[in-house]
Ligand binder design. Structure first.
Ligand SMILES: [Zn+2]
Length: 401
């Protein structure tokens, strides 16, 4: 079982340490979104330097490109992308169900690659096999995202997610048994495709992949905007032998606190909880931590950075705006990131106006640092009992309220 120590509690909020084979994560923590094995515009050295503790890659995207066989050949994601700290993988459910023309059955989901039209089938078992081959420390169970926000669709998706969770748990256990018995989980006997039935299923099996370290499984709580469904899903997930929990699906920003209160009051306290895809808005990080989430990931900070939308303590600014042409102050005066320590708003404005690649790099360094550092400060404030003061002063200044 994944080791998670809780050092401090305040209501549902907690400060802890998740111990993974690739190192510890001090929580609460913001996890960098490395969807395609990279945090866009940043190197892993830059991610390290800005204080990131962990990244989250996406199984669906990695199956399409570069493909699981290639990742096996590389020896897993950590050696491929040179990130030697903890890694999470999302199952890919969220992305696959967002595609047009997917065929869903109780067995799994069939879809076409948007890159080359190849047919794929993802099942709970193949998602687990792919995540083991990627070699992330923490895997998400394969979940079904509802096709709409109405109650019957949400309910159907939740029940299917629960059926699939049972299969994920079983497959995860089978792969872990192979690891402990044989020191590897792929090139399974009798399976010509190296144990993976996704990725097209054609071509030679990848080489034997040695995986000597433990990997862990999180169940994903669904239920959308309906708190009774969220409670039912949390109870179901809590009853399973998993290492932690992802909280996924759709929910409104307004309803997030209530939903998290419902879910995290039910989930066992001693296991970590990851809020999937949240953290673009600083308020979500405060609410998430306050109501019992330990880690967060979101593509928003770096996506906005590439468009010139940059965090400051007084809210987001658009650096492309003409008013920054002669502004020789740093983007954020008390920010310790490499961008703010070395460059001015005027320079960033110039880089964006001339469409230089470096504009996206510097902006991404700053935005990623901002969210990582904000959650680090939340952790410190929880430790010294000043969380409510920190939250109120931060949010009042950021949202001008
Ligand atoms: Zn900065």
């Amino acid at each position: 079982m994944l080791k998670f120590d809780i050092h401090f509690k305040d209501g549902l909020a907690r400060v802890g340490t998740i111990h993974t084979p690739h190192g510890d994560i001090e929580t609460p923590a913001f996890v960098g979104a490395a969807t395609r094995a990279v945090v866009k515009a940043l190197t892993m050295k830059e991610m390290n330097a800005l204080g990131s503790q962990a990244i989250l890659a996406n199984t669906y995207h990695l199956i399409l490109r570069p493909g699981i066989d290639l990742l096996k050949e590389a020896g897993g994601l950590a050696t491929f992308n040179s990130w030697h700290k903890p890694t999470f993988t999302d199952s890919g459910g969220f992305q696959i169900f967002s595609l047009p023309n997917v065929k869903i059955s109780e067995n799994g989901v069939k879809f076409k690659s948007y890159l080359d039209g190849r047919n794929f089938e993802m099942t709970p078992e193949s998602s687990m096999q792919a995540q083991w081959a990627i070699g992330a420390d923490i895997h998400m169970a394969f979940d079904h995202l509802a096709k709409s926000e109405n109650r019957s669709d949400m309910e159907e998706a939740m029940h299917r997610t629960h059926h699939w969770l049972d299969r994920c748990v079983k497959e995860h256990q089978r792969l872990d048994d192979l690891r402990t018995k044989h020191g590897r989980v792929t090139d399974l006997e009798g399976d010509p495709h190296g144990g993976l039935r996704c990725g097209g299923g054609k071509g030679p099996a990848g080489p034997a992949q040695k995986l000597l370290y433990e990997q862990y499984l999180y169940a994903v709580v669904q239920g959308g905007t309906f708190n009774d469904l969220r409670a039912e899903s949390a109870q179901y997930c809590a009853s399973k032998p998993v290492d932690g929990f992802g909280i996924g699906g759709v929910f409104t920003a307004d309803g997030m606190a209530e939903m998290l209160q419902t879910v995290n009051s039910i989930l066992p306290e001693g296991k970590p909880r990851h809020l999937l895809g949240m953290g673009q808005e600083p308020i979500d990080l405060f609410v998430g931590a306050e109501f019992g989430c330990d880690t967060f990931d979101c593509v928003g900070p770096t996506r906005m950075a590439r468009n010139g939308s940059l965090y400051t303590k007084d809210g987001r600014i658009n650096i492309k705006n003409a008013k920054y042409t002669h502004d020789f102050s740093p983007l954020m005066s008390d920010c310790n990131c490499e961008c703010c320590k070395n460059y001015t708003r005027a320079y960033l404005h110039h880089l964006f106006k001339t469409d230089e690649i470096t504009a996206k790099v510097l902006a991404s360094i700053h935005n990623e640092y901002f969210v990582v550092h904000t959650v680090d400060m939340i952790r410190e404030a929880l430790k010294d009992g000043s969380f409510q003061d920190y939250k109120q002063s931060f949010l009042a200044r950021y949202y001008h309220s």
